[in-house]
Design a protein around this ligand. Structure first.
Ligand SMILES: *[C@@H]1O[C@H](CO)[C@@H](O)[C@H](O)[C@H]1NC(C)=O
Ligand SMILES: *[C@@H]1O[C@H](CO)[C@@H](O)[C@H](O)[C@H]1NC(C)=O
Ligand SMILES: *[C@@H]1O[C@H](CO)[C@@H](O)[C@H](O)[C@H]1NC(C)=O
Ligand SMILES: *[C@@H]1O[C@H](CO)[C@@H](O)[C@H](O)[C@H]1NC(C)=O
Ligand SMILES: *[C@@H]1O[C@H](CO)[C@@H](O)[C@H](O)[C@H]1NC(C)=O
Ligand SMILES: *[C@@H]1O[C@H](CO)[C@@H](O)[C@H](O)[C@H]1NC(C)=O
Ligand SMILES: *[C@@H]1O[C@H](CO)[C@@H](O)[C@H](O)[C@H]1NC(C)=O
Ligand SMILES: *[C@@H]1O[C@H](CO)[C@@H](O)[C@H](O)[C@H]1NC(C)=O
Ligand SMILES: *[C@@H]1O[C@H](CO)[C@@H](O)[C@H](O)[C@H]1NC(C)=O
Length: 827
């Protein structure tokens, strides 16, 4: 019976699809399931659709999608909450001017627009070229209602994100519940007008991400989103409304900002030639974007160690928590404020703090701003409101400064209130400079020396004479030229590629060639003259950390050769440019497949099992078989690239460390890596070893099997992460419930179960219990009996919480099915 019904539903829309090419619905027409209306330039289409990959689902929604893009990409959904069951839905426009969606079988009204205070004689509904669906009078442009006032999860060009101060209407994005359920999900994205306007992403009531306040050019924390050849951005603020919007400069391109069900706001550009979306800006690009990660007066610096530091002249409020990498309590001043006798110290290169408790004036000068701030004892800092033309206006903060981060490029200045005793008598520019240096120098020098040290030790075994020379150079490592020479020397074994060749290959680093971006720079696709496709990683010019990363990656990876490691083909060091050239991986990275509702169907179990085994062999090579013996330290789905046959290749050796023949690991104060993949002993105590890579690999297995991310895993019944969920199910003999529904029907149950089991062995709390990679490779392929896993590390994760941000050291015992765990027990 069921089967027959399903058959009908899949077939019917096909022969019922009578595409009226009209863009308008009049009162004398109705829109049935299978029919659509199309905007006059053919960009957008409106009609009934089924969400997600289950196209045979009986749940039908009215929505708008791109007509030009063959993979259904809904940008607006009318009846998000209540689907029409089956194909009996009818959309019509009725007098005096509203849309109504009814089920013709049950006669229920499923959705309708509100009555407008205006009534017109001859209302029509029209789908405009912008993607806006409007109700208006047939004969003039008076709007009664528009879909742009009720966005779903997508912000299109010229849509307003923000508040109408007259009517009180707020337009904001709300994520879908999941990729196949458009019902309102957990995440919202607002242009928040409290204090001075800024973009905020919330999960439920809690802020999880902040793009920062508008500074005249862009959001302070989103350097990518500035006027360019594709889009222009702006904040509009007047008595009537406050909103953010962007416009397309080149109308032939498609671009959207989408809030995904897992809470990532992504700006995407459609590249026609490649039939795909390119991610242009992503809200959780790195974990310094996690709201309030470093607490008050703490600042987050990617790739520093640890990522959180107190601002200069501040110290951790609770040093014990701080040393445990729980930074939520933040920092306090060395010397308390006096109020009447205070001054200010300038900090540079920051993303401005949360402006919900701020005050501003658009006409004041910076000096006037300083006076206002000085007079009010709760004012903790001030800066220019608009940084264009040398700065104008006044923005000042009342209360603690939270959610600061250091930006390598395009950070701003902020003046922070400080006790008079902290302010040195030296005035003017020399003082400013010394402050900048005090913040930036010790850190980067320490990092450089550490990495150079590691590289040098390696080299010493090999080229003793040459190393001595380099080491000498290192001692007077003060100017850039010398450093470049040194890098050049270390990279000698690699072909050097001319900058001009690379410029040509990537079409001058054009946006269309961009295939990714990370903390260190951007990645472009290039085609060399011989036709060979390459991936070009261009390190951002001004980031010092980038130099270290470059050196590390070149020296480490140039020595490695394995079919499951991405191959470095050459490098380029010219002027300020530092560029790496890799083999091109047409299928990009693993995360784009396993975590994507649609693309995950392309990876059946045999392919996934091949990927798991490939990563295992690549890692085994790194740990045991390569001459250098390397700990990767940042293994994760996005660092596993896929070639044209979907063979995995481990990439991104920027954080890798070598270790000598007898050592197996080390201890560091510099915890780098990615939340969700870091082992407890590494994240908490900074101890890393091959076993911390094994932990990350275990997480990766569970993610590949389940199609879900460990971090941000959500389950209605408990707040365990994916590891915890897998372990609980394993204990109850219900492992198979974790398997990606796409894989369930495959007849590889025992391989699947075995992989989950091995994954759980890899994520055990204690590093000694975890198998090494050669055992893992054997366990995956042999049929032998596996040991029972002990409890995993980090299997609960504190909810993303407005008050504390992310935290590893959740000491609250949490009771799950009579297992009580305290995370820090094993320390
Ligand atoms: C697809 O939808 C149909 C009908 O709603 C349902 O019976 C089926 O289980 C769904 N399939 C999947 C894989 O969710
Ligand atoms: C709606 O239902 C009525 C009676 O059930 C039927 O006569 C009519 O044709 C249906 N209309 C559409 C558009 O399917
Ligand atoms: C549905 O409602 C309309 C108007 O309210 C009515 O004329 C029609 O008879 C109803 N149809 C059914 C099947 O109840
Ligand atoms: C109708 O108005 C209410 C309150 O004014 C609003 O919450 C709702 O979203 C509106 N619905 C539509 C579809 O316009
Ligand atoms: C960005 O472009 C828009 C539209 O052209 C313009 O109004 C705005 O002033 C530009 N912003 C900047 C900072 O140049
Ligand atoms: C707009 O973009 C298209 C596609 O990238 C390009 O071919 C065209 O030249 C661009 N037009 C302008 C005016 O930049
Ligand atoms: C601030 O310092 C001045 C001068 O040192 C002193 O007289 C005053 O009492 C102090 N005020 C507070 C609130 O500590
Ligand atoms: C802003 O500052 C200017 C100059 O000090 C003043 O005239 C104006 O009233 C202030 N505006 C507001 C809204 O406070
Ligand atoms: C400081 O400024 C804030 C915001 O304008 C105001 O609420 C507060 O009363 C002021 N405090 C003093 C002491 O003036």
């Amino acid at each position: 019976m069921n089967k027959i019904l399903l058959f009908l539903f899949t077939i019917l829309p096909l022969f019922q699809k009578v595409e009226s090419q009209s863009d308008t619905l009049t009162t004398s027409q109705i829109l049935k399931d299978g029919e659509t209306i199309i905007s006059s330039d053919g960009t957008f289409e409106l009609g009934f659709f089924s969400a997600g990959k289950n196209s045979s689902s009986r749940n039908r929604y009215i929505g708008i999608w791109y007509k030009k893009i063959s993979a259904l990409t809904p940008i607006w959904v009318a009846n998000r909450q209540i689907p029409v069951k089956g194909i009996s839905g009818i959309l019509k426009i009725v007098e005096p001017g509203y849309l109504v969606l009814i089920n013709n079988v049950t006669n229920d009204t499923i959705w309708s627009t509100n009555f407008s205070s205006i009534s017109v004689k001859n209302p029509v509904a029209k789908l405009l070229d912008t993607g806006n669906f409007v109700i208006k009078d047939a004969n003039d442009d008076l709007l009664l209602w528009q879909s742009f006032d009720y966005p779903s999860d997508t912000l299109l060009a010229s849509m307003k994100l923000g508040r109408d101060l007259v009517t009180g209407l707020e337009r904001y994005l709300r994520s879908w519940k999941s990729d196949d359920d458009p019902a309102p999900g957990d995440y919202t994205y607002h242009c928040d007008p409290t204090g001075y306007p800024q973009d905020l992403m919330r999960r439920g009531p809690n802020v999880v991400y902040r793009a920062g306040p508008w500074n005249g050019l862009r959001w302070s924390g989103a350097p990518n989103m500035v006027n360019n050849s594709v889009t222009s951005f702006g904040l509009v603020m007047n008595d009537q409304e406050i909103y953010y919007k962007y416009e397309l400069v080149n109308k032939s391109l498609l671009t959207t900002l989408v809030l995904t069900p897992n809470g990532n706001a992504m700006r995407m550009i459609w590249i026609e030639k490649r039939e795909g979306w390119v991610n242009y800006h992503s809200a959780d690009a790195d974990h310094c974007d996690t709201y309030k990660l470093c607490g008050a007066y703490g600042t987050c610096t990617m790739f520093s160690d640890p990522v959180c530091r107190c601002l200069d002249k501040f110290v951790p409020k609770h040093p014990d928590d701080w040393n445990r990498a729980d930074w939520s309590s933040g920092c306090v001043r060395n010397h308390p404020l006096n109020c009447s006798e205070d001054g200010f110290i300038k900090y540079t290169g920051v993303k401005l703090p949360d402006t919900r408790y701020s005050w501003f004036n658009e006409t004041m000068t910076l000096d006037e701003c300083k006076l206002v701030c000085l007079r009010n004892c709760s004012c903790m800092g001030y800066t220019s409101l608009d940084i264009r033309n040398g700065g104008s206006g006044c923005l000042l903060w009342i209360g603690e400064l939270v959610d600061l981060r250091q930006l390598s490029e395009s950070g701003q200045d902020i003046y922070i209130r400080m006790a008079a005793s902290e302010i040195s008598p030296i005035d003017g520019s020399s003082r400013k400079k010394s402050i900048i240096l005090a913040i930036a120098l010790p850190l980067s020098i320490a990092a450089i020396l550490l990495m150079v040290g590691v590289c040098l030790i390696l080299r010493r075994q090999k080229k003793r004479a040459e190393t001595m020379l380099i080491e000498k150079r290192k001692l007077d490592d003060s100017n850039n030229k010398d450093k470049n020479n040194q890098i050049r020397r270390e990279a000698l074994e690699l072909p050097l590629v001319d900058l001009s060749t690379i410029m040509k290959a990537t079409n001058n680093f054009s946006l269309e060639n961009k295939i990714g971006a990370g903390g260190f720079g951007k990645v472009f696709k290039g085609v060399l003259e011989e036709g060979q496709e390459v991936a070009v990683k261009r390190l951002s010019e001004t980031s010092r950390q980038g130099n270290d990363e470059f050196k590390n990656e070149v020296s480490c990876i140039a020595e490695l050769q394995h079919r499951n490691l991405v191959k470095l083909l050459g490098c380029c060091i010219e002027e300020e440019e530092k560029i790496l050239v890799y083999e091109y991986m047409p299928n990009k990275s693993l995360d784009l497949f396993i975590f994507d509702q649609r693309r995950s169907t392309l990876l059946d179990w045999p392919k996934r099992f091949n990927i798991i085994n490939g990563i295992a062999r690549g890692l085994m090579y790194l740990h045991q078989d390569s001459r250098l013996r390397i700990i990767h330290r940042d293994l994760k789905a996005s660092n596993v690239l896929l070639d044209f046959e979907m063979n995995p290749k481990i990439s991104d050796f920027g954080m890798a460390r070598s270790f000598g023949g007898n050592e197996t690991g080390d201890n560091t104060n510099r915890v780098v890596g990615t939340y969700g993949y870091m082992s407890p002993e590494y994240a908490v105590d900074g101890i890393f070893s091959v076993k911390s890579d094994v932990f990350s690999f275990g997480v990766l297995i569970l993610e590949i099997v389940s199609g879900k991310k460990n971090r941000r895993f959500i389950h209605p019944d408990h707040n365990l992460n994916l590891i915890g969920h897998a372990w609980m199910l394993h204990r109850e003999g219900r492992s198979s419930e974790i398997i990606d529904p796409n894989l369930v029907e495959s007849c590889h149950t025992s391989e699947l179960q075995r992989s989950i089991h091995v994954g759980l062995l890899c994520v055990q709390q204690s590093p000694e219990d975890r198998p090494n990679m050669s055992s893992v490779v054997l366990m995956l392929t042999n049929e032998g009996i596996l040991p029972q896993p002990k409890p995993p590390g980090f299997f609960t994760e504190r909810n993303i919480d407005d008050a504390t941000g992310y935290s590893w050291s959740d000491q609250t015992p949490c009771s799950v099915n009579d297992v009580t765990v305290t995370l820090l027990d094993a320390r």
